[in-house]
Design a protein around this ligand. Structure first.
Ligand code: SAM
Length: 245
């Protein structure tokens, strides 16, 4: 039978493509991509000519079984998402589950990931963390979601879009208290930036720095001091210099 390769792609900087990702995408029979137009650009840049099919949130029920059938017939398939690691806040987890259930080999080709990239520059504890994905949009669901992670002792990691971030921070302040956070945007890109401070400080900062680009929000886990920002050392917004080599 065939093998399913989960191939990481850059989260903004094409130099983060790995040699192994390029070779794997060149050698497989078929690439299943979340957005074929986006992936086409990547393939063109790296002169990869492999056939491309779409596999995304809205066609995965039809496309998934077809990909499984091809794998069982011996086709090797690489799964890529728009950015970073497939199956992390991306369609893909379902395909991996179905492949694993049928004994189809699933091989990771690791590389860039937005959440972990933000975590390691955050300065917050990294020995224990919880990735929570995208917060729900609806206010009640958002509050319940925040309540469900409020007692997590590890550092929290979440994704958020620019037009939602202010509402999400307001809800976080309400449910989690004024914890230290880091908001990282445009990671690996020219205007990469990380703002560090308490939630309330970051809300003020956002008023002067209109939200742009997609964010990773890193939040300190529950601590004895959580909720009382006054007792936390090292607060105050620190901005990263623009410009990534
Ligand atoms: N699979 C991806 C990964 O491994 O990181 C995540 C896909 S998820 C649909 C996209 C979200 O990741 C964005 O909304 C944003 O929150 C975050 N993200 C992706 N690229 C980023 C970047 N360059 N800087 C900051 N956040 C990014």
């Amino acid at each position: 039978g065939g093998t399913l390769y989960l191939v990481a792609t850059p989260i903004g900087n094409l130099e983060d493509m790995t040699f192994r990702a390029i070779r794997t995408l060149s050698e497989v029979d078929l690439i299943a991509a979340e957005d074929t137009r986006q992936t086409r650009k990547l393939l063109t840049h790296f002169e990869i000519q492999t056939r491309l099919v779409s596999y995304h949130e809205h066609n995965k029920r039809a496309s998934g079984p077809e990909l499984i059938r091809l794998l069982e017939e011996g086709t090797s398939i690489a799964l890529v998402s728009d950015a970073g690691l497939p199956a992390i806040s991306d369609p893909g987890a379902d395909l991996v589950r179905d492949a694993a259930e049928r004994g189809i080999p699933v091989v990771p080709i690791p590389g860039a990931n937005a959440a972990l990239s933000a975590l390691i520059i955050s300065g917050l504890p990294t020995e224990r963390f919880l990735f929570a994905g995208f917060p729900p949009r609806q206010k009640k669901a958002l509050n319940e979601w925040l309540t469900s992670v409020a007692h997590e002792p590890g550092t929290l990691m979440m994704y958020e879009s620019p037009h939602r971030i202010e509402k999400t921070l307001a809800a976080m302040l309400e449910v989690l208290g004024d914890r230290r956070i880091v908001m990282a945007r445009e990671l690996t890109k020219r205007h990469e930036e990380a703002a560090r401070g308490t939630i309330s400080e970051c809300m003020i900062w956002l008023e002067e720095h209109p939200p742009l680009g997609e964010y990773v929000i890193i939040v300190e886990g529950r601590t004895a001091q959580s909720g009382s920002s006054g007792s936390l050392a090292g607060t105050g917004i620190a901005e990263m210099a623009d410009g990534v080599p």
